[in-house]
Design a protein around this ligand. Sequence first.
Ligand code: HMG
Ligand code: MG
Length: 328
Amino acid sequence: MNKPPGKAANQAPGTTTGQQVKRVSVVEVSPRDGLQNETQHVPTPGKVELCELLLAAGVLRLEATAFVSPRWVPQMADASAVLGQINRGASPQPAQVCLSALVPNLQGLHAALAAGVQEVVVFTAASEAFTQQNIHCTIAQSIERFKPVVELARQRGVHVRASISCALGCPYQGAVPADAVAQVARQLLDLGITELDVADTIGVGTAGRVQEVFERVAAVTGVQALAAHFHDTYGQALTNVYAALGVGVRTFHSSVAGLGGCPYAQGATGNLATEDLVYLLHGLGYHTGLDLPSLARTGQWVSRILGRRNASRVGCALEAAQLAERLQ
Ligand code: HMG
Ligand code: MG
Protein backbone atom coordinates (compact mmCIF):
# COMPACT_ATOMS: atom_id res chain seq x y z
CA MET A 1 0.00 0.00 0.00
CA ASN A 2 1.36 3.45 -0.85
CA LYS A 3 2.42 5.68 1.98
CA PRO A 4 1.92 9.39 1.40
CA PRO A 5 5.28 11.01 0.66
CA GLY A 6 7.25 12.56 3.50
CA LYS A 7 5.45 10.82 6.38
CA ALA A 8 7.19 9.05 9.24
CA ALA A 9 6.80 5.28 9.00
CA ASN A 10 4.59 5.03 12.10
CA GLN A 11 2.41 7.99 11.17
CA ALA A 12 -1.18 7.48 10.00
CA PRO A 13 -1.89 8.54 6.43
CA GLY A 14 -2.93 12.18 6.38
CA THR A 15 -2.07 13.11 9.97
CA THR A 16 0.67 15.61 10.70
CA THR A 17 3.24 15.83 13.44
CA GLY A 18 2.38 19.51 14.05
CA GLN A 19 -0.55 21.05 15.91
CA GLN A 20 -2.92 21.04 12.94
CA VAL A 21 -5.94 18.79 13.48
CA LYS A 22 -6.53 16.39 10.62
CA ARG A 23 -10.13 15.69 9.87
CA VAL A 24 -12.12 13.01 8.16
CA SER A 25 -15.68 13.64 7.15
CA VAL A 26 -18.12 10.78 7.77
CA VAL A 27 -21.38 10.58 5.84
CA GLU A 28 -23.89 8.48 7.77
CA VAL A 29 -26.07 6.50 5.38
CA SER A 30 -28.00 4.14 7.66
CA PRO A 31 -31.41 5.82 7.37
CA ARG A 32 -31.21 5.41 3.58
CA ASP A 33 -28.81 2.62 2.58
CA GLY A 34 -29.31 0.91 5.93
CA LEU A 35 -33.07 0.74 5.78
CA GLN A 36 -33.83 0.57 2.05
CA ASN A 37 -33.33 -3.19 1.98
CA GLU A 38 -35.28 -3.96 5.16
CA THR A 39 -38.23 -6.15 4.27
CA GLN A 40 -40.17 -5.25 7.43
CA HIS A 41 -41.77 -1.84 7.28
CA VAL A 42 -40.08 0.67 9.58
CA PRO A 43 -42.65 3.30 10.60
CA THR A 44 -41.77 6.95 9.96
CA PRO A 45 -41.31 7.85 13.68
CA GLY A 46 -38.70 5.06 14.00
CA LYS A 47 -36.78 6.42 11.01
CA VAL A 48 -36.95 9.95 12.40
CA GLU A 49 -35.77 8.76 15.81
CA LEU A 50 -32.81 6.99 14.21
CA CYS A 51 -31.89 10.20 12.39
CA GLU A 52 -32.13 12.28 15.57
CA LEU A 53 -30.06 9.82 17.63
CA LEU A 54 -27.39 10.01 14.93
CA LEU A 55 -27.47 13.81 14.97
CA ALA A 56 -27.14 13.71 18.77
CA ALA A 57 -24.03 11.53 18.33
CA GLY A 58 -22.42 14.31 16.29
CA VAL A 59 -23.35 13.26 12.75
CA LEU A 60 -23.35 16.36 10.55
CA ARG A 61 -23.79 14.75 7.13
CA LEU A 62 -26.81 12.49 7.21
CA GLU A 63 -28.20 10.66 4.18
CA ALA A 64 -31.74 10.58 5.48
CA THR A 65 -33.82 8.99 2.74
CA ALA A 66 -34.38 8.49 -1.00
CA PHE A 67 -36.93 10.03 -3.34
CA VAL A 68 -37.25 6.99 -5.56
CA SER A 69 -40.16 5.01 -6.89
CA PRO A 70 -42.09 3.45 -3.97
CA ARG A 71 -42.95 0.62 -6.32
CA TRP A 72 -39.27 -0.34 -6.48
CA VAL A 73 -38.19 0.61 -2.95
CA PRO A 74 -41.28 0.63 -0.70
CA GLN A 75 -39.28 1.36 2.47
CA MET A 76 -38.45 4.86 1.16
CA ALA A 77 -42.08 5.74 0.37
CA ASP A 78 -42.24 8.15 3.34
CA ALA A 79 -39.22 10.19 2.19
CA SER A 80 -41.02 13.55 2.44
CA ALA A 81 -42.38 12.83 5.91
CA VAL A 82 -38.99 11.64 7.21
CA LEU A 83 -37.13 14.65 5.88
CA GLY A 84 -39.83 17.04 7.08
CA GLN A 85 -39.95 15.64 10.61
CA ILE A 86 -36.27 15.43 11.55
CA ASN A 87 -35.47 17.89 14.32
CA ARG A 88 -32.04 19.33 13.64
CA GLY A 89 -32.09 20.61 17.21
CA ALA A 90 -31.18 17.05 18.21
CA SER A 91 -27.66 17.94 17.01
CA PRO A 92 -25.26 19.88 19.25
CA GLN A 93 -24.50 21.92 16.08
CA PRO A 94 -27.87 22.25 14.29
CA ALA A 95 -26.64 24.95 11.92
CA GLN A 96 -23.94 22.61 10.59
CA VAL A 97 -26.28 19.70 9.85
CA CYS A 98 -26.68 18.71 6.21
CA LEU A 99 -29.55 16.36 5.39
CA SER A 100 -29.24 14.62 2.05
CA ALA A 101 -31.41 12.33 -0.06
CA LEU A 102 -31.04 10.23 -3.18
CA VAL A 103 -32.86 11.53 -6.25
CA PRO A 104 -32.80 9.56 -9.52
CA ASN A 105 -34.55 12.19 -11.65
CA LEU A 106 -36.36 15.54 -11.72
CA GLN A 107 -39.47 14.03 -10.15
CA GLY A 108 -37.41 13.01 -7.13
CA LEU A 109 -35.68 16.38 -6.98
CA HIS A 110 -38.98 18.31 -6.95
CA ALA A 111 -40.21 16.22 -4.02
CA ALA A 112 -36.89 16.53 -2.19
CA LEU A 113 -36.82 20.31 -2.61
CA ALA A 114 -40.38 20.59 -1.32
CA ALA A 115 -39.34 18.60 1.75
CA GLY A 116 -36.41 20.95 2.45
CA VAL A 117 -33.45 18.83 1.40
CA GLN A 118 -29.99 20.44 1.57
CA GLU A 119 -28.03 18.02 -0.55
CA VAL A 120 -29.14 15.57 -3.22
CA VAL A 121 -27.38 12.50 -4.51
CA VAL A 122 -27.74 11.39 -8.11
CA PHE A 123 -26.69 7.81 -8.68
CA THR A 124 -25.40 5.77 -11.56
CA ALA A 125 -22.83 2.97 -11.91
CA ALA A 126 -19.65 1.96 -13.66
CA SER A 127 -21.48 -1.13 -14.92
CA GLU A 128 -24.16 -1.03 -17.63
CA ALA A 129 -25.84 -4.17 -16.32
CA PHE A 130 -26.26 -2.75 -12.82
CA THR A 131 -27.48 0.62 -14.10
CA GLN A 132 -30.22 -1.15 -16.06
CA GLN A 133 -31.32 -3.16 -13.03
CA ASN A 134 -31.14 -0.26 -10.61
CA ILE A 135 -32.49 2.72 -12.53
CA HIS A 136 -33.70 1.19 -15.79
CA CYS A 137 -31.49 3.06 -18.23
CA THR A 138 -27.99 3.10 -19.67
CA ILE A 139 -25.14 4.96 -18.01
CA ALA A 140 -25.29 7.57 -20.80
CA GLN A 141 -29.04 8.03 -20.30
CA SER A 142 -28.53 8.42 -16.55
CA ILE A 143 -26.00 11.21 -17.14
CA GLU A 144 -28.48 12.96 -19.48
CA ARG A 145 -31.17 12.61 -16.81
CA PHE A 146 -28.90 14.25 -14.26
CA LYS A 147 -28.34 17.41 -16.31
CA PRO A 148 -31.62 19.15 -15.44
CA VAL A 149 -31.40 17.81 -11.88
CA VAL A 150 -28.00 19.43 -11.37
CA GLU A 151 -29.16 22.65 -13.00
CA LEU A 152 -32.30 23.03 -10.89
CA ALA A 153 -30.56 21.98 -7.68
CA ARG A 154 -27.89 24.57 -8.31
CA GLN A 155 -30.51 27.29 -8.94
CA ARG A 156 -32.04 26.40 -5.56
CA GLY A 157 -28.69 26.42 -3.78
CA VAL A 158 -28.79 22.69 -3.09
CA HIS A 159 -25.49 20.82 -3.19
CA VAL A 160 -25.29 17.81 -5.52
CA ARG A 161 -23.09 14.80 -5.17
CA ALA A 162 -23.03 11.70 -7.33
CA SER A 163 -22.64 8.06 -6.51
CA ILE A 164 -20.89 5.57 -8.80
CA SER A 165 -21.98 2.04 -7.93
CA CYS A 166 -20.09 -1.16 -8.72
CA ALA A 167 -16.74 0.63 -8.84
CA LEU A 168 -14.99 -2.53 -7.63
CA GLY A 169 -17.20 -5.22 -9.10
CA CYS A 170 -20.71 -5.86 -10.35
CA PRO A 171 -23.17 -8.57 -9.31
CA TYR A 172 -24.23 -9.04 -12.96
CA GLN A 173 -21.15 -8.20 -14.99
CA GLY A 174 -18.35 -9.31 -12.64
CA ALA A 175 -15.11 -7.37 -13.07
CA VAL A 176 -15.28 -3.62 -13.60
CA PRO A 177 -12.16 -1.95 -15.03
CA ALA A 178 -10.79 1.09 -13.17
CA ASP A 179 -10.95 3.00 -16.46
CA ALA A 180 -14.72 2.49 -16.62
CA VAL A 181 -15.05 4.13 -13.19
CA ALA A 182 -12.79 7.00 -14.23
CA GLN A 183 -14.82 7.51 -17.41
CA VAL A 184 -18.10 7.86 -15.51
CA ALA A 185 -16.39 10.14 -12.99
CA ARG A 186 -15.20 12.37 -15.85
CA GLN A 187 -18.76 12.70 -17.19
CA LEU A 188 -20.15 13.55 -13.77
CA LEU A 189 -17.41 16.11 -13.24
CA ASP A 190 -18.31 17.64 -16.61
CA LEU A 191 -21.84 18.19 -15.28
CA GLY A 192 -20.31 20.34 -12.56
CA ILE A 193 -20.63 17.76 -9.77
CA THR A 194 -17.71 18.20 -7.42
CA GLU A 195 -18.23 15.32 -4.96
CA LEU A 196 -18.19 11.76 -6.22
CA ASP A 197 -18.96 8.71 -4.10
CA VAL A 198 -17.02 5.73 -5.36
CA ALA A 199 -18.99 2.74 -4.16
CA ASP A 200 -18.14 -0.91 -3.66
CA THR A 201 -21.80 -1.91 -3.82
CA ILE A 202 -21.24 -5.61 -3.23
CA GLY A 203 -18.20 -5.35 -0.98
CA VAL A 204 -15.83 -7.38 -3.14
CA GLY A 205 -12.96 -4.89 -3.26
CA THR A 206 -9.59 -5.56 -1.70
CA ALA A 207 -6.96 -3.00 -0.68
CA GLY A 208 -4.85 -3.26 -3.83
CA ARG A 209 -7.85 -2.82 -6.11
CA VAL A 210 -9.12 0.06 -3.97
CA GLN A 211 -5.78 1.78 -4.32
CA GLU A 212 -5.79 1.19 -8.10
CA VAL A 213 -9.35 2.41 -8.65
CA PHE A 214 -9.11 5.47 -6.39
CA GLU A 215 -5.77 6.49 -7.87
CA ARG A 216 -7.14 6.10 -11.40
CA VAL A 217 -10.25 8.15 -10.63
CA ALA A 218 -8.32 10.73 -8.61
CA ALA A 219 -6.05 11.29 -11.61
CA VAL A 220 -9.16 12.57 -13.39
CA THR A 221 -11.05 14.31 -10.59
CA GLY A 222 -8.50 15.17 -7.93
CA VAL A 223 -8.62 13.13 -4.74
CA GLN A 224 -10.44 15.85 -2.79
CA ALA A 225 -13.51 15.19 -4.97
CA LEU A 226 -13.76 11.57 -3.85
CA ALA A 227 -15.66 9.84 -1.08
CA ALA A 228 -15.44 6.11 -0.40
CA HIS A 229 -18.59 4.06 0.13
CA PHE A 230 -17.70 0.53 1.18
CA HIS A 231 -19.93 -2.43 1.86
CA ASP A 232 -18.50 -5.16 4.07
CA THR A 233 -19.64 -8.38 2.40
CA TYR A 234 -16.17 -9.93 2.36
CA GLY A 235 -14.99 -8.25 5.58
CA GLN A 236 -12.63 -5.94 3.68
CA ALA A 237 -14.26 -2.58 4.30
CA LEU A 238 -11.97 -1.31 7.09
CA THR A 239 -8.84 -2.41 5.25
CA ASN A 240 -10.21 -0.68 2.19
CA VAL A 241 -10.69 2.51 4.21
CA TYR A 242 -7.03 2.35 5.17
CA ALA A 243 -6.08 1.88 1.52
CA ALA A 244 -8.24 4.84 0.48
CA LEU A 245 -6.77 6.99 3.27
CA GLY A 246 -3.36 6.20 1.80
CA VAL A 247 -4.52 7.55 -1.56
CA GLY A 248 -5.70 10.74 0.21
CA VAL A 249 -9.46 10.18 0.48
CA ARG A 250 -10.89 12.06 3.47
CA THR A 251 -14.65 11.41 3.17
CA PHE A 252 -16.12 8.03 4.04
CA HIS A 253 -19.65 6.66 4.10
CA SER A 254 -20.81 4.25 6.77
CA SER A 255 -23.88 2.95 8.48
CA VAL A 256 -24.45 2.50 12.18
CA ALA A 257 -24.58 -1.18 13.22
CA GLY A 258 -23.43 -2.00 9.67
CA LEU A 259 -26.97 -1.80 8.36
CA GLY A 260 -27.44 -1.75 4.66
CA GLY A 261 -27.66 -3.41 1.34
CA CYS A 262 -29.02 -2.76 -2.08
CA PRO A 263 -32.22 -4.32 -3.40
CA TYR A 264 -30.42 -4.76 -6.73
CA ALA A 265 -27.34 -6.52 -5.33
CA GLN A 266 -28.54 -9.81 -3.86
CA GLY A 267 -26.21 -11.29 -1.27
CA ALA A 268 -24.36 -8.05 -0.62
CA THR A 269 -24.36 -7.25 3.07
CA GLY A 270 -24.42 -3.95 4.87
CA ASN A 271 -22.26 -0.92 4.74
CA LEU A 272 -19.12 -0.56 6.77
CA ALA A 273 -20.29 0.04 10.36
CA THR A 274 -19.84 3.63 11.52
CA GLU A 275 -18.68 2.50 14.96
CA ASP A 276 -15.87 0.43 13.37
CA LEU A 277 -14.89 3.26 11.03
CA VAL A 278 -14.77 5.81 13.85
CA TYR A 279 -12.76 3.46 16.10
CA LEU A 280 -10.19 3.08 13.31
CA LEU A 281 -10.07 6.78 12.49
CA HIS A 282 -9.78 7.95 16.10
CA GLY A 283 -7.08 5.34 16.65
CA LEU A 284 -5.18 6.84 13.71
CA GLY A 285 -5.51 10.32 15.20
CA TYR A 286 -8.17 11.71 12.90
CA HIS A 287 -10.87 14.01 14.19
CA THR A 288 -14.40 13.05 13.09
CA GLY A 289 -16.56 15.04 15.51
CA LEU A 290 -18.43 11.83 16.30
CA ASP A 291 -19.08 10.44 19.75
CA LEU A 292 -18.30 6.72 19.66
CA PRO A 293 -20.20 5.60 22.81
CA SER A 294 -23.27 7.45 21.61
CA LEU A 295 -23.00 5.89 18.13
CA ALA A 296 -22.59 2.47 19.72
CA ARG A 297 -25.75 2.94 21.81
CA THR A 298 -27.62 3.97 18.65
CA GLY A 299 -26.32 0.89 16.83
CA GLN A 300 -27.43 -1.34 19.71
CA TRP A 301 -30.84 0.36 19.78
CA VAL A 302 -31.51 0.08 16.04
CA SER A 303 -30.36 -3.56 15.98
CA ARG A 304 -32.86 -4.34 18.75
CA ILE A 305 -35.66 -2.44 16.98
CA LEU A 306 -35.02 -4.30 13.71
CA GLY A 307 -34.41 -7.64 15.43
CA ARG A 308 -31.03 -7.89 13.71
CA ARG A 309 -27.61 -8.95 14.83
CA ASN A 310 -25.44 -5.88 15.40
CA ALA A 311 -22.91 -6.09 12.54
CA SER A 312 -20.53 -3.64 14.19
CA ARG A 313 -17.65 -5.45 15.91
CA VAL A 314 -16.87 -2.32 17.91
CA GLY A 315 -20.54 -1.88 18.82
CA CYS A 316 -20.68 -5.45 20.13
CA ALA A 317 -17.38 -5.11 22.00
CA LEU A 318 -18.52 -1.91 23.71
CA GLU A 319 -21.83 -3.50 24.65
CA ALA A 320 -20.01 -6.48 26.17
CA ALA A 321 -17.67 -4.15 28.05
CA GLN A 322 -20.64 -2.19 29.45
CA LEU A 323 -22.29 -5.41 30.53
CA ALA A 324 -19.11 -6.64 32.22
CA GLU A 325 -18.81 -3.31 34.06
CA ARG A 326 -22.40 -3.56 35.29
CA LEU A 327 -21.81 -7.09 36.55
CA GLN A 328 -18.70 -6.10 38.57
P1 HMG B 1 -38.97 3.71 -14.12
O1 HMG B 1 -40.07 2.81 -13.76
O2 HMG B 1 -38.00 3.20 -15.10
O3 HMG B 1 -39.35 5.17 -14.56
O4 HMG B 1 -38.24 4.12 -12.78
P2 HMG B 1 -40.54 5.98 -15.04
O5 HMG B 1 -39.97 7.35 -15.16
O6 HMG B 1 -41.15 5.32 -16.25
O7 HMG B 1 -41.64 6.00 -13.87
C1 HMG B 1 -42.45 4.91 -13.57
C2 HMG B 1 -43.21 5.18 -12.31
O8 HMG B 1 -42.31 5.55 -11.26
C3 HMG B 1 -44.20 6.33 -12.44
O9 HMG B 1 -45.28 6.02 -11.56
C4 HMG B 1 -43.45 7.49 -11.87
O10 HMG B 1 -44.31 8.48 -11.34
C5 HMG B 1 -42.67 6.83 -10.75
P3 HMG B 1 -46.64 5.36 -12.11
O11 HMG B 1 -47.13 6.31 -13.16
O12 HMG B 1 -46.23 4.02 -12.68
O13 HMG B 1 -47.47 5.26 -10.88
N1 HMG B 1 -41.46 7.59 -10.43
C6 HMG B 1 -41.18 8.03 -9.20
N2 HMG B 1 -41.85 7.96 -8.03
C7 HMG B 1 -41.27 8.54 -6.96
N3 HMG B 1 -40.09 9.18 -7.02
C8 HMG B 1 -39.40 9.27 -8.15
C9 HMG B 1 -39.96 8.69 -9.31
N4 HMG B 1 -39.55 8.61 -10.59
C10 HMG B 1 -40.48 7.93 -11.26
N5 HMG B 1 -38.24 9.91 -8.19
C11 HMG B 1 -36.61 5.01 -11.31
C12 HMG B 1 -37.02 4.79 -12.76
C13 HMG B 1 -35.17 5.43 -11.27
C14 HMG B 1 -37.49 6.07 -10.70
C15 HMG B 1 -36.82 3.67 -10.57
O14 HMG B 1 -36.14 2.67 -11.24
C16 HMG B 1 -36.37 3.71 -9.14
O15 HMG B 1 -36.86 4.46 -8.32
N6 HMG B 1 -35.42 2.83 -8.79
C17 HMG B 1 -34.96 2.69 -7.43
C18 HMG B 1 -33.49 2.80 -7.42
C19 HMG B 1 -32.98 2.71 -6.00
O16 HMG B 1 -33.48 3.36 -5.09
N7 HMG B 1 -31.92 1.90 -5.80
C20 HMG B 1 -31.29 1.78 -4.51
C21 HMG B 1 -30.48 2.99 -4.20
S1 HMG B 1 -28.91 3.03 -5.06
C22 HMG B 1 -27.83 2.21 -4.00
O17 HMG B 1 -28.25 1.65 -3.01
C23 HMG B 1 -26.37 2.28 -4.27
C24 HMG B 1 -25.64 3.24 -3.34
O18 HMG B 1 -25.82 2.89 -1.98
C25 HMG B 1 -24.15 3.18 -3.65
C26 HMG B 1 -23.65 1.74 -3.68
O19 HMG B 1 -23.52 1.10 -2.63
O20 HMG B 1 -23.42 1.30 -4.80
C27 HMG B 1 -26.08 4.68 -3.55
MG1 MG C 1 -24.61 1.38 -0.82
